[in-house]
Design a protein around this ligand. Structure first.
Ligand SMILES: Nc1nc2c(ncn2[C@@H]2O[C@H](COP(=O)(O)OP(=O)(O)OP(=O)(O)O)[C@@H](O)[C@H]2O)c(=O)[nH]1
Ligand SMILES: [Zn+2]
Length: 295
């Protein structure tokens, strides 16, 4: 029996890395019937006569995992958000952030297309980005410092598994190509020129980049996964969660309760109004989505 880490999955095959050597494996029949499917990033025990025909015997306990992308043991998720084209959406960003928080994956924010922000909007967007910077590690290449910012993001990679996610056209491929030009990932323009969809295979790969392992995720155009309870939701906003110790009621949802520290902070302008509005909207979505969930 050998132990290694799954680095790629494709059509039922799992490529397992053992100290730099790759073994092609499959999941055993009884394994497929159980609910647990191997994921890229999983540490597995497997049996192999040779490097082409191995069988996964068991999966080690996971730190965490995501559904989109299907990757396990993620150290950080780089959320790429475009400032312009597609327009900045705090709602979409906050949806991704609570999804990551609920899966215990650490978000890192990268804001792209700072160069395209119209002059009249620079202050507004910079203020928003600065506010996010107080909640999460945030990288915003803008003007002269672009290369340094990308470099400092890349300095977070060594020894880690990272996933890159974000809306279609946000600039994920562009960022990865900046870090590692050898990758030559197709950016939107090139794939448009080739007249074909970019993500036709269901291949998931961890690519060695800047000392870490990175999975590039197909972009999405909408995002509506709310599988948490309304009680759990406020805990997924780190700044609300931190403030909640000051609320009068334990389990305060920061909506209608009196003596709520979150609402006080909101009135003082200490938290982003857009985040609070998004919180209220997500709360409503959960309430509408799961009428029987209410305690
Ligand atoms: N001006 C400017 N253009 C950018 C920047 N980042 C990306 N782009 C452009 O935006 C378009 C989309 O970028 P991609 O890197 O393909 O976006 P993606 O997130 O990989 O998109 P999907 O693969 O569809 O999910 C391309 O035309 C890029 O050249 C940026 O910082 N500034
Ligand atoms: Zn409260």
């Amino acid at each position: 029996m050998v132990t290694g880490q799954i680095r790629q999955s494709l059509s039922g095959f799992y490529d397992v890395d053992v100290d730099g050597e790759t073994y092609r494996t499959r999941a055993r029949g009884n394994f497929r019937n159980s609910n647990q499917a191997p994921l890229v990033g999983d540490w597995v025990d497997f049996k192999a006569e040779n490097k082409k025909e191995g069988y996964i015997l068991s999966i080690h306990e996971r730190e965490n995992s995501l559904i989109r992308p299907p990757v396990a043991n993620i150290d950080e998720a780089i959320v790429v958000t475009s400032c312009v084209e597609p327009a900045f959406s705090s709602n979409l960003l906050d949806r991704q952030l609570i999804m990551l928080e609920s899966h215990h994956v650490r978000p890192v924010l990268y804001f792209s297309k700072g160069d395209l922000i119209p002059e009249g909007k620079v202050t507004e967007l910079s203020d928003i980005i600065e506010a996010y910077g107080k909640i999460y590690p945030t990288f915003f290449p803008f003007g002269e410092n672009e290369d340094d910012v990308v470099k400092s993001l890349q300095d977070t990679f060594p020894g880690k598994i990272a996933v890159v996610m974000g809306q279609t056209g946000a600039g994920k491929s562009t960022l990865l190509n900046k870090i590692m030009p050898e990758l030559e990932l197709q950016t939107a323009e090139i794939s448009k020129a080739l007249h074909r969809g970019k993500h036709t295979t269901r291949k998931v790969t961890l690519m060695p980049i800047a000392g870490g392992l990175i999975a590039d995720t197909p972009g999405f155009s909408s995002f509506d996964l709310f599988d948490m309870s309304k009680e759990e939701l406020p805990k997924l906003f780190p700044e609300l969660n931190e403030l909640s110790v000051g609320c009068k009621f334990r389990g305060c949802l920061h909506i209608k309760e009196p003596k709520c520290a979150v609402k006080a902070a909101l009135e003082q302008g200490e938290i982003l109004e857009s985040r609070y509005k998004n919180y209220l909207q997500f709360n409503q979505l959960i309430v509408d989505q799961k009428p029987n969930y209410k305690k």
